[in-house]
Design a protein around this ligand. Structure first.
Ligand SMILES: Nc1ncnc2c1ncn2[C@@H]1O[C@H](COP(=O)(O)OP(=O)(O)OP(=O)(O)O)[C@@H](O)[C@H]1O
Ligand SMILES: [Mg+2]
Length: 260
């Protein structure tokens, strides 16, 4: 397993008048290919800011973000857009669906932007229909975002992020608007994608969601405030519930020590 992304001394500042706040403050992080990393931390601790920097949709003030041989800080805006389109799927906390496009058109958009061949588009269409069925969106495929509930928009946003099979999936509270049954379906989908080789970095406040990852990174005031690595899952059993329960206890004690 090689290194997918390396973050060194990453800092993002906002200035309001003479007051400067570091929303991402000297962060160092390495994520290997095929990892499933979960980011946790209080509201306002900088989780979304960090994901947006990793996705290259926001600029940083100091430090380095390096994807294999690609140094994000040295890329032009155009190069970053192309890099993101080819390599990264981002599920926004606020969904960010395009209001003038239907659910299907929103999900298909990354495929169209890639200018894929006819047979690839057909394969993507079949995949979308299948995933919409899995996530209970099949009745809503022709609707516009304004006609959907928050949970339906969130599921559409997840499908838009995964449709191009990106090497890296960045998910910002992807189950925040879902009930526990829907969240379970989404987490199972992410589990399968991760097993097939996609690297996942997921932000959540939900302990039950967090234990689906293998490694927890805790953020406090823009800084890394600790890491927890769960032990290997038992082989041969897809989702052993006892292991998740054990992890929940481990995670609660890790978080409590950090003022959760
Ligand atoms: N454009 C901006 N200008 C000034 N401050 C900002 C801006 N965007 C974010 N911030 C500040 O950066 C800090 C981190 O915000 P961020 O959205 O990353 O938090 P978060 O950990 O994702 O929180 P939540 O769990 O509520 O989603 C917050 O204090 C926020 O007010
Ligand atoms: Mg956030």
């Amino acid at each position: 397993m090689g290194r997918l992304v390396e973050v060194r001394n990453l800092t993002k500042k906002y200035c309001e008048g003479t007051v400067e706040s570091r929303v991402v403050d000297n962060v160092n992080l390495e994520v290997d290919e095929r990892e499933f990393v979960v980011i946790m931390g209080a509201s306002g601790s900088g989780k979304t800011s960090l994901l947006h920097l990793l996705a290259g949709i926001d600029d940083f003030d100091e430090g380095i973000i390096r994807y294999k041989d690609s140094d994000l800080g040295r890329m032009s805006e155009r190069a970053k857009t192309v890099f993101r389109r080819r390599n990264i799927g981002l599920v926004f906390q606020q969904y960010c669906l395009i209001p003038d496009l239907t659910v299907y058109e929103n999900i298909m958009l990354p495929v169209m932007l890639e200018g894929k061949r006819k047979e690839e588009k057909k394969a993507a269409k079949d995949m979308i229909l299948n995933l919409c069925r899995q996530l209970g969106l099949e009745k809503h495929i022709g609707k516009y975002p304004s006609q959907l509930s928050g949970g339906q928009q969130q599921r559409a946003a997840i499908l838009r992020a995964v449709v191009n099979n990106p090497a890296l999936l960045l998910c910002d509270e992807p189950t925040g608007s879902l009930n526990s049954a829907q969240a379970d379906i989404v987490m199972k989908l992410l589990y399968v994608l991760n097993k097939k080789g996609q690297t996942i970095i997921l932000v959540t406040h939900d302990i039950k969601v967090a234990v689906r990852g293998r490694r927890i990174v805790y953020i406090k005031d823009g800084r890394i405030g600790g890491e927890l690595n769960f032990s290997e899952m038992q082989s041969g059993r897809a989702e052993p519930k006892e292991i998740y329960r054990h992890r929940e206890d481990e995670l609660m004690s890790f978080l409590k020590k950090r003022g959760w």
